[in-house]
Design a protein around this ligand. Structure first.
Ligand SMILES: N[C@@H](CCC(=O)N[C@@H](CS)C(=O)NCC(=O)O)C(=O)O
Length: 206
Protein backbone atom coordinates (compact mmCIF):
# COMPACT_ATOMS: atom_id res chain seq x y z
CA UNK A 1 0.00 0.00 0.00
CA UNK A 2 1.41 3.47 -0.85
CA UNK A 3 1.86 6.12 1.80
CA UNK A 4 -1.33 8.20 1.63
CA UNK A 5 -1.97 11.72 2.93
CA UNK A 6 -5.39 13.25 2.38
CA UNK A 7 -5.54 17.03 2.84
CA UNK A 8 -8.91 18.68 3.30
CA UNK A 9 -10.78 21.13 5.49
CA UNK A 10 -11.27 20.20 9.11
CA UNK A 11 -14.88 19.14 8.99
CA UNK A 12 -16.60 15.81 8.45
CA UNK A 13 -18.29 16.42 5.14
CA UNK A 14 -18.36 17.36 1.47
CA UNK A 15 -15.72 16.65 -1.16
CA UNK A 16 -12.91 15.33 1.00
CA UNK A 17 -15.04 13.17 3.27
CA UNK A 18 -15.81 10.55 0.60
CA UNK A 19 -12.18 9.43 0.37
CA UNK A 20 -11.79 9.55 4.15
CA UNK A 21 -14.83 7.30 4.56
CA UNK A 22 -13.67 4.92 1.82
CA UNK A 23 -10.29 4.50 3.48
CA UNK A 24 -11.83 4.04 6.93
CA UNK A 25 -14.29 1.48 5.57
CA UNK A 26 -11.47 -0.54 4.05
CA UNK A 27 -9.12 -0.14 7.01
CA UNK A 28 -6.52 1.63 4.84
CA UNK A 29 -3.97 3.59 6.86
CA UNK A 30 -3.63 7.22 5.83
CA UNK A 31 -2.71 10.58 7.28
CA UNK A 32 -5.86 12.64 7.68
CA UNK A 33 -4.41 16.14 7.31
CA UNK A 34 -7.11 18.58 8.37
CA UNK A 35 -6.75 22.25 7.50
CA UNK A 36 -8.39 24.95 9.59
CA UNK A 37 -10.15 27.59 7.48
CA UNK A 38 -7.76 30.28 8.75
CA UNK A 39 -4.75 28.30 7.44
CA UNK A 40 -6.20 27.73 3.97
CA UNK A 41 -5.09 31.02 2.29
CA UNK A 42 -1.45 30.21 3.03
CA UNK A 43 -1.80 26.75 1.50
CA UNK A 44 -4.02 27.62 -1.44
CA UNK A 45 -1.39 28.42 -4.07
CA UNK A 46 0.58 25.29 -3.30
CA UNK A 47 -2.35 23.09 -4.43
CA UNK A 48 -2.67 22.33 -8.17
CA UNK A 49 -6.02 24.02 -8.76
CA UNK A 50 -6.14 26.19 -5.62
CA UNK A 51 -8.64 23.82 -4.04
CA UNK A 52 -8.94 20.78 -1.78
CA UNK A 53 -9.08 17.84 -1.40
CA UNK A 54 -5.67 16.73 -2.52
CA UNK A 55 -4.17 13.29 -2.04
CA UNK A 56 -0.48 12.56 -1.73
CA UNK A 57 0.50 9.09 -2.87
CA UNK A 58 4.09 8.29 -1.94
CA UNK A 59 4.81 12.02 -2.10
CA UNK A 60 3.11 12.64 -5.46
CA UNK A 61 -0.02 14.80 -5.52
CA UNK A 62 -3.35 14.23 -7.22
CA UNK A 63 -6.33 16.58 -6.97
CA UNK A 64 -10.02 16.67 -8.00
CA UNK A 65 -12.32 14.90 -5.58
CA UNK A 66 -13.75 12.36 -8.01
CA UNK A 67 -10.30 11.44 -9.30
CA UNK A 68 -9.28 10.87 -5.70
CA UNK A 69 -12.50 8.94 -5.04
CA UNK A 70 -11.82 6.61 -7.97
CA UNK A 71 -8.21 6.07 -6.97
CA UNK A 72 -9.03 5.41 -3.33
CA UNK A 73 -12.15 3.46 -4.33
CA UNK A 74 -9.97 1.04 -6.27
CA UNK A 75 -7.58 0.60 -3.33
CA UNK A 76 -10.55 0.10 -1.00
CA UNK A 77 -12.48 -2.32 -3.23
CA UNK A 78 -15.29 0.24 -3.42
CA UNK A 79 -15.07 0.88 -7.17
CA UNK A 80 -16.25 -1.65 -9.77
CA UNK A 81 -13.78 -3.58 -11.90
CA UNK A 82 -16.36 -3.90 -14.68
CA UNK A 83 -16.10 -0.93 -17.08
CA UNK A 84 -19.84 -0.40 -17.45
CA UNK A 85 -20.49 -0.54 -13.71
CA UNK A 86 -17.55 1.83 -13.21
CA UNK A 87 -19.11 4.26 -15.72
CA UNK A 88 -22.36 4.18 -13.75
CA UNK A 89 -20.45 5.06 -10.59
CA UNK A 90 -18.67 7.90 -12.41
CA UNK A 91 -21.93 9.25 -13.76
CA UNK A 92 -23.43 9.56 -10.28
CA UNK A 93 -20.27 11.07 -8.80
CA UNK A 94 -19.92 13.60 -11.62
CA UNK A 95 -23.58 14.58 -11.46
CA UNK A 96 -23.25 15.16 -7.72
CA UNK A 97 -20.11 17.17 -8.36
CA UNK A 98 -21.91 19.35 -10.94
CA UNK A 99 -24.77 20.25 -8.69
CA UNK A 100 -22.48 20.66 -5.67
CA UNK A 101 -20.50 23.23 -7.67
CA UNK A 102 -23.69 25.08 -8.58
CA UNK A 103 -24.89 25.18 -5.00
CA UNK A 104 -21.39 25.99 -3.76
CA UNK A 105 -21.21 29.03 -6.02
CA UNK A 106 -24.04 30.62 -4.00
CA UNK A 107 -22.20 30.42 -0.68
CA UNK A 108 -20.29 33.67 -1.18
CA UNK A 109 -23.37 35.58 -2.39
CA UNK A 110 -25.07 38.04 -0.07
CA UNK A 111 -28.67 38.81 0.84
CA UNK A 112 -31.11 39.01 -2.07
CA UNK A 113 -28.55 37.68 -4.55
CA UNK A 114 -28.11 34.53 -2.52
CA UNK A 115 -31.86 34.17 -2.00
CA UNK A 116 -32.61 34.52 -5.71
CA UNK A 117 -29.82 32.17 -6.81
CA UNK A 118 -30.84 29.48 -4.31
CA UNK A 119 -34.55 29.79 -5.02
CA UNK A 120 -33.77 29.34 -8.71
CA UNK A 121 -31.75 26.20 -7.97
CA UNK A 122 -34.46 24.84 -5.66
CA UNK A 123 -37.12 25.44 -8.28
CA UNK A 124 -35.49 23.44 -11.06
CA UNK A 125 -31.93 22.15 -11.11
CA UNK A 126 -31.86 20.54 -7.65
CA UNK A 127 -35.14 18.60 -8.11
CA UNK A 128 -33.95 17.57 -11.57
CA UNK A 129 -30.64 16.23 -10.23
CA UNK A 130 -32.39 14.52 -7.31
CA UNK A 131 -34.85 12.78 -9.62
CA UNK A 132 -32.21 11.73 -12.13
CA UNK A 133 -29.88 10.40 -9.45
CA UNK A 134 -32.78 8.62 -7.75
CA UNK A 135 -33.63 7.00 -11.10
CA UNK A 136 -30.10 5.59 -11.20
CA UNK A 137 -30.47 4.23 -7.70
CA UNK A 138 -33.73 2.56 -8.74
CA UNK A 139 -32.06 1.11 -11.83
CA UNK A 140 -29.40 -0.38 -9.55
CA UNK A 141 -32.06 -2.15 -7.50
CA UNK A 142 -33.08 0.67 -5.15
CA UNK A 143 -30.59 0.12 -2.34
CA UNK A 144 -27.14 0.84 -3.84
CA UNK A 145 -26.17 2.40 -7.15
CA UNK A 146 -24.30 -0.58 -8.57
CA UNK A 147 -23.45 -4.21 -7.90
CA UNK A 148 -25.86 -4.36 -4.94
CA UNK A 149 -23.16 -3.05 -2.64
CA UNK A 150 -21.75 0.17 -1.31
CA UNK A 151 -19.32 1.98 -3.62
CA UNK A 152 -17.82 5.45 -3.73
CA UNK A 153 -20.93 6.58 -5.67
CA UNK A 154 -23.03 5.87 -2.56
CA UNK A 155 -20.60 7.83 -0.40
CA UNK A 156 -20.57 10.81 -2.79
CA UNK A 157 -24.36 10.89 -2.96
CA UNK A 158 -24.60 10.49 0.82
CA UNK A 159 -22.50 13.62 1.38
CA UNK A 160 -24.65 15.69 -0.98
CA UNK A 161 -28.00 14.50 0.35
CA UNK A 162 -26.87 14.94 3.95
CA UNK A 163 -25.91 18.55 3.13
CA UNK A 164 -29.26 19.26 1.47
CA UNK A 165 -31.21 17.78 4.39
CA UNK A 166 -29.11 19.42 7.08
CA UNK A 167 -30.98 22.72 6.88
CA UNK A 168 -27.78 24.79 6.63
CA UNK A 169 -28.61 26.01 3.14
CA UNK A 170 -30.87 29.04 3.58
CA UNK A 171 -33.57 29.32 0.88
CA UNK A 172 -33.26 25.66 -0.08
CA UNK A 173 -36.02 23.81 1.77
CA UNK A 174 -34.60 21.02 3.95
CA UNK A 175 -37.42 18.73 2.79
CA UNK A 176 -36.43 19.04 -0.86
CA UNK A 177 -34.97 15.50 -0.88
CA UNK A 178 -38.01 13.91 0.79
CA UNK A 179 -40.25 15.71 -1.64
CA UNK A 180 -38.46 14.92 -4.90
CA UNK A 181 -36.41 11.81 -4.22
CA UNK A 182 -37.68 9.82 -1.23
CA UNK A 183 -35.49 6.87 -2.18
CA UNK A 184 -32.41 9.05 -1.78
CA UNK A 185 -33.63 10.01 1.69
CA UNK A 186 -33.79 6.29 2.54
CA UNK A 187 -30.43 5.76 0.90
CA UNK A 188 -28.97 8.41 3.22
CA UNK A 189 -30.16 6.39 6.23
CA UNK A 190 -28.81 3.17 4.71
CA UNK A 191 -25.33 4.65 4.28
CA UNK A 192 -25.41 6.41 7.65
CA UNK A 193 -26.37 3.18 9.40
CA UNK A 194 -23.76 1.10 7.59
CA UNK A 195 -21.97 -0.54 10.54
CA UNK A 196 -18.49 0.81 9.77
CA UNK A 197 -19.72 4.31 8.97
CA UNK A 198 -21.80 4.48 12.13
CA UNK A 199 -18.80 3.27 14.18
CA UNK A 200 -16.52 5.78 12.50
CA UNK A 201 -18.77 8.76 13.27
CA UNK A 202 -19.27 7.44 16.80
CA UNK A 203 -15.49 7.51 17.24
CA UNK A 204 -15.32 11.05 15.81
CA UNK A 205 -17.74 12.26 18.50
CA UNK A 206 -15.46 11.05 21.33
N1 LIG B 1 -13.66 20.25 -8.74
C1 LIG B 1 -12.95 20.31 -7.51
C2 LIG B 1 -13.56 21.37 -6.62
C3 LIG B 1 -12.76 21.57 -5.37
C4 LIG B 1 -13.31 22.65 -4.47
O1 LIG B 1 -13.98 23.60 -4.89
N2 LIG B 1 -13.00 22.52 -3.19
C5 LIG B 1 -13.42 23.49 -2.21
C6 LIG B 1 -13.74 22.77 -0.89
S1 LIG B 1 -15.02 21.59 -1.01
C7 LIG B 1 -12.28 24.45 -1.92
O2 LIG B 1 -11.13 24.07 -1.92
N3 LIG B 1 -12.64 25.72 -1.62
C8 LIG B 1 -11.70 26.70 -1.20
C9 LIG B 1 -11.44 27.75 -2.21
O3 LIG B 1 -11.96 27.65 -3.34
O4 LIG B 1 -10.71 28.68 -1.90
C10 LIG B 1 -12.98 18.93 -6.83
O5 LIG B 1 -13.89 18.16 -7.13
O6 LIG B 1 -12.09 18.63 -6.03
Amino acid sequence: MPKLVLTYFDFDGSRGEVARLAMHLAGIAFEDRRIAGKNWPALRDSTPFQAMPILEVDGKVISQSNTINRYVGKLAGLYPKDDWQAALVDEVMDAVEDITTRIGSTIELEGEFKKKARETLAAGPIPRFLQQIEARLKAGGGEWFVENRLTVADLKCYMWVRWLKSGVLDHIPADIVDKHAPLLAKHLERVKNHARIATYYESRRK
